[in-house]
Design a protein around this ligand. Structure first.
Ligand code: FES
Length: 131
């Protein structure tokens, strides 16, 4: 398997808000800064897989620190259900990862992506991404 394609969504309130976003975007493929992990819904994730992602990484604020009260926790709950739904299409639950932490400089983002890519590489390609 070639290097797995990981799509990474990161909340701007805890991740890379002190970084030069355009510079970081040039260094990180498929990185999408967002306002709150709670904005990620199932459609975004399914769309990523349908467009060739091997995995989706969501970086949100630490628990108790979401600027929209509980968007990160709502996403955590939503992902639990979504992983079950995606299993029907042979998309393993490990292909979606949520990390709730803080990284103002965004220095850890590439490492998180790399670590997930290694794990996904062991799974191989998605057998079926379409219904
Ligand atoms: Fe960062 Fe909600 S504001 S996860």
């Amino acid at each position: 398997m070639n290097k797995p394609k990981i799509v990474c969504f990161s909340c701007k309130f805890s991740w890379s808000y002190l970084a030069d976003e355009s510079k970081l975007a040039a260094e990180i493929s498929n990185w999408i800064p967002i306002i709150c992990a709670g904005k990620i819904d199932a459609e975004y994730l399914v769309d990523a897989f349908l467009h060739g992602a091997d995995g989706v990484l969501i970086l949100g604020c630490p628990e108790g620190d979401c600027h929209y009260q509980d968007g990160n926790i709502e996403t955590k709950k939503r992902l639990a259900l979504l992983r079950q739904a995606l299993a029907v299409y042979n998309i393993e639950p490990e292909r979606i990862r949520l990390v709730l932490a803080r990284d103002p400089e965004g220095k850890d983002i590439p490492g998180h992506i790399e670590e997930m890519a290694k794990a996904i590489g062991q799974l191989g390609k998605i057998k079926t991404a379409k219904a």
